[in-house]
Design a binder for this molecule. Sequence first.
Ligand code: F6R
Ligand code: ZN
Length: 186
Amino acid sequence: NITKPNLIFKDDLLTGENIDRLTRKLKDLGDIFNDKAAFAQMDGETVVYDVESSFPVAHGTEGGLFYGITYIHPGKVGQEYFMTKGHFHEIRNRGEYYCTLEGEGMLLLMDENGNTRAEKMIPGSIHYIPGNTAHRTANVGEQILSFSAFWPSDAGHDYGTISEKGFSEILIEQEGQPVLVPNIKQ
Ligand code: F6R
Ligand code: ZN
């Protein structure tokens, strides 16, 4: 039931060895949501997001670029919106672009000093993620949020820092609106 932006990412372009698809379910994301009681009530098989990526060169190649589309389903764990794990790049100074395709979201950006800010994602919005900046996206709407991403092929992903500490702020729904509040876990 995912609407694919087929003018941009045709299925027939998604064949071959260089395409990777992954699905993240609630059971894979136990450490990212703060409300453990709400999490425990939910079905671990619920899909939170899918990512389809194109790797035209080998991982670690300097000077190449990777392309991926992320589809985040609508939903919440307690007050916290469905969102991605979030990561720094392994080579910390590598940047990235995101471009929103459909839906409504928020891009959380945290620098290495732990300062978090958020950018609103709407169809067509383009987001520059500077180097040395952790990034996570949340679906704050009622339909699929999809966005394309472009990043250097030697960037790599460091998930450990975020899975241990999270972001300094979390995005929750209050009175129907997404708001950033301090992460008490930190
Ligand atoms: C690549 C990138 C995106 C994410 C994707 C899923 O550098 O930022 O393609 O990988 O949105 O999020 P994570 O990787 O945090 O699970
Ligand atoms: Zn990234």
